[in-house]
Design a protein around this ligand. Sequence first.
Ligand code: NIG
Ligand code: FE
Length: 411
Amino acid sequence: MGKILIKNIKGLVQCGENLPKVRKGAEMKELPILENAFLALEDGVIIEYGLMSEWGGLEDWRDLEIIDADGKFVLPAFCDSHTHTVFAKSREEEFVDRINGLTYEEIAVRGGGILNSARRLTEMSEDDLFNHAIIRIDRLKSYGTGALEIKSGYGLSVDGELKMLRVIKRLKSACDIPIKATFLGAHAFPPEFKDNHRGYIDLIINEMIPKIAEEKLADYIDVFCERNYFSVEEMEEILSAGIAVGLQPKVHVNQFSALGGIRKAVELNALSVDHLEELAVDDLEALKGSSVMPTILPSCSHFLSIPFGDARRLMDSNLPVALASDFNPGSTPSGNLSFVWSLACVKMKMTPEEALNALTINAAYAMDLSQTHGTISIGKKTAVILTKEIPNLAYIPYSFGDQLIERLIIS
Ligand code: NIG
Ligand code: FE
């Protein structure tokens, strides 16, 4: 890997040294941009940046790729801290059911939804799951995603969950972007345990977690804490077993109801609490002063026609917000983070700057990648987006549905 010099950059976004690991509250409006800049990359690392007028030239011009970014912006790659990228098949029949009047929850209660994906996963080989995921990840990269979290959760059996996590482990070594693995065995109760929650929780704690720890198959542990899924008490028990083997919680909470899962997740030192379409006063109180990243998934709200997370209320409480895609076959069949950016602006009244902080600095934090991703700083990994020619940064979320990312440049 040689050197890359990007010159004549119209705006070099989110660049600087000693930038914060998290931007919260009013700080989320801050977004440093260097106009008419250059960026130098070597061996997969950012080595220099500055104004074109200050460029000192290169000592060694061998093995150099020069990119002329005239009229274009360069920004840190998006970090997608919440996805379900490994799955067997799409579920457009449920999409049609919802158009015809059923809700996501009604479909799930009838055995559709997550259980539908779980049935299909048993029929697909590990190799096929892997090959499908690779194609999806290539597409996500073309949208500017330079780091990806992927959950299990469509296995719902010892074999199924291990199968998913092994696929994610293979993806980690096959892909040129960092991937974090989250164990989500507690995504739903499989039908055979519908009336035997104790039995499934025992399976998770006594069979799945020890094997996952032994084979080092996961970085985090997740539970879908929701009515008809896992109660706060069940979540606590499962997360505690994960914590005991070194898995930090990152949880699904408050998608349809506020059950108190946020306070519990804060107590258990979760890295992030995700969804938050519903937010009670006590949830907000629990988050204040904590180091947990509230993560909102606007494409899920869009696709299921449920409320959008109240980012303004979180930021007004001096809290940070991260945004992620939730890419999955049921609630969010799109992993396009430019669209997430747009929804955050249009539907959640985040400014373009606030939303970009939520997709870069704060999202990197929500997947433990602050050291290498999230900003354009010397020593960080080469993971940057080159846009097409655009008049200004707000033009990206403004032009919803357009592909304005020309290319993802990664090490
Ligand atoms: O984050 N809410 C739970 N899990 C996923 C949806 C999974 C599915 O429907 O397949 C989500 O939206
Ligand atoms: Fe999810």
